[in-house]
Ligand binder design. Structure first.
Ligand SMILES: NC(=O)c1ccc[n+]([C@@H]2O[C@H](COP(=O)([O-])OP(=O)(O)OC[C@H]3O[C@@H](n4cnc5c(N)ncnc54)[C@H](O)[C@@H]3O)[C@@H](O)[C@H]2O)c1
Length: 350
């Protein structure tokens, strides 16, 4: 059965890293007869500046109704300071397609890449689930007396029972499915009392339904400290949109930097979106220096979501082998450009 994939390279280094990821995907698709069909979309800052349109009318419905997954590079361009096109496309898809699970594995592939003293691949292997459709990112709020000395700005942080419960439940289900032993919920409920109370109560209630899985709570400031001091204490972490955004960059640093980190924006059973964690890194755009591994591991994650487990492992093994042989870009200590680093992985696919 054919599965349609929407490919959106986006801005900055997006097109280069997605090109490397597509070479891997096309090779695996051809050789393993996965039946994937790719459609490329040129939505980007360039197109927005030229046409004034970020995403054509009907495009969101088309993605929702006719595609199995979206493979996306990054958005962000200094010529669009308000990020209008990124908000329409990326946040637009997260919200309108209700992609409530932001899935970000933190897995160290080579001890050499870890910035922590005395920690290695055994200690750094956990998963973060970030709530992806609520929190401070809903854009509720406003300004009063703007531009005056009395200016007031209000930015709301929204949590709903439905939104909190489904991400927490997803984290427990993931732990159960993959044999992980514990789930840690992190928030700032000592200060943000109302939303925090909802998160804490829901976590306790859902946690009781999974007696085989240990569950514990940690304030987010303590979480950041423990991720550095004792990352081995974590299996699965679940947190809100804002804290998840921040702690996953810390997680990326533990596994070798933004260039190697992958992420999925998932609504189980529906079209879901996969993107490397990094942004468009405009100063590296077009220079053949960006690390393609984040995009390639993202491609592997997308295949896993689509049920191609063997092919996902194949790609992960090829990436690990290239890293262990130092055939990487400079950010990982190698000397290759984006394209050559992608080729180094491609040739290891067998
Ligand atoms: N999901 C997204 O599309 C997304 C995510 C984050 C930032 N952004 C946008 O991207 C633009 C740049 O943001 P930023 O500079 O804060 O973050 P960034 O992730 O683009 O880059 C930060 C730094 O990380 C390193 N880096 C990132 N990707 C790398 C790669 N593939 N290989 C090697 N090194 C890499 C570079 O040193 C870079 O300067 C902004 O417009 C921002 O809003 C978009």
């Amino acid at each position: 059965m054919t599965k349609r994939i929407a490919v959106i390279p986006g801005d900055g280094i997006g097109p280069e890293v997605i090109d490397a990821g597509m070479r891997v995907l096309e090779r695996v698709n051809d050789e393993h007869r996965l039946g994937l069909e790719f459609t490329h979309f040129t939505w980007s800052a360039d197109e927005y500046l030229r046409t004034g349109v970020s995403m054509p009318p009907g495009a969101m419905e088309d993605i929702r109704d006719h595609y199995a997954a979206v493979y996306l590079g990054a958005f962000g361009d200094p010529r669009v300071p308000d990020m209008k096109h990124a908000a329409d496309i990326l946040l637009g898809m997260r919200f309108q397609l209700d992609l409530y699970v932001n899935y970000r594995p933190v897995k160290l592939l080579d001890e050499r890449l870890c910035p922590l003293k005395g920690k290695g691949v055994a200690e750094i292997d956990f998963v973060i689930f970030r709530e992806n459709t609520e929190g401070a990112y809903v854009g509720m709020g406003g300004a009063f007396k703007k531009g005056t000395a009395e200016e007031v700005a209000v930015q709301e942080d929204v949590s709903t029972r439905k939104g909190v419960e489904r991400i927490i439940r997803y984290a427990f289900e993931y732990a159960k499915r993959t044999g992980r032993k514990s789930v840690c919920m992190s928030d700032k409920s000592n200060v943000m009392r109302f939303g925090g109370d909802l998160w804490v109560r829901t976590f306790e209630e859902v946690g009781r339904e999974y007696p085989g899985i240990e569950h514990f709570h940690m304030f987010v400031d303590a979480l950041t400290m423990q991720m550095v001091r004792a990352p081995e204490m974590f299996d699965v972490i679940v947190t809100n949109n804002m804290f998840g955004d921040i702690v996953t960059d810390l997680g990326a640093a533990l596994q070798g930097g933004l260039g190697v980190a992958a992420s999925g924006n998932i609504h189980p059973g529906r079209v879901s979106l996969f993107e490397p964690i990094h942004g468009s890194a405009p100063k590296y755009a077009g220079k053949d220096t960006a690390n393609p591994i984040g995009a390639i591991l993202t491609a592997a994650m997308m295949l896993e979501y689509l049920g191609f487990y063997e092919e996902c492992s194949l790609i992960e093994r090829a990436v690990t082998s290239a890293i262990l042989d130092h055939e990487t870009t400079k950010d990982l200590g190698g000397s290759l450009g984006t394209r050559a680093a992608g080729e180094a992985i491609l040739k290891r696919l067998g």
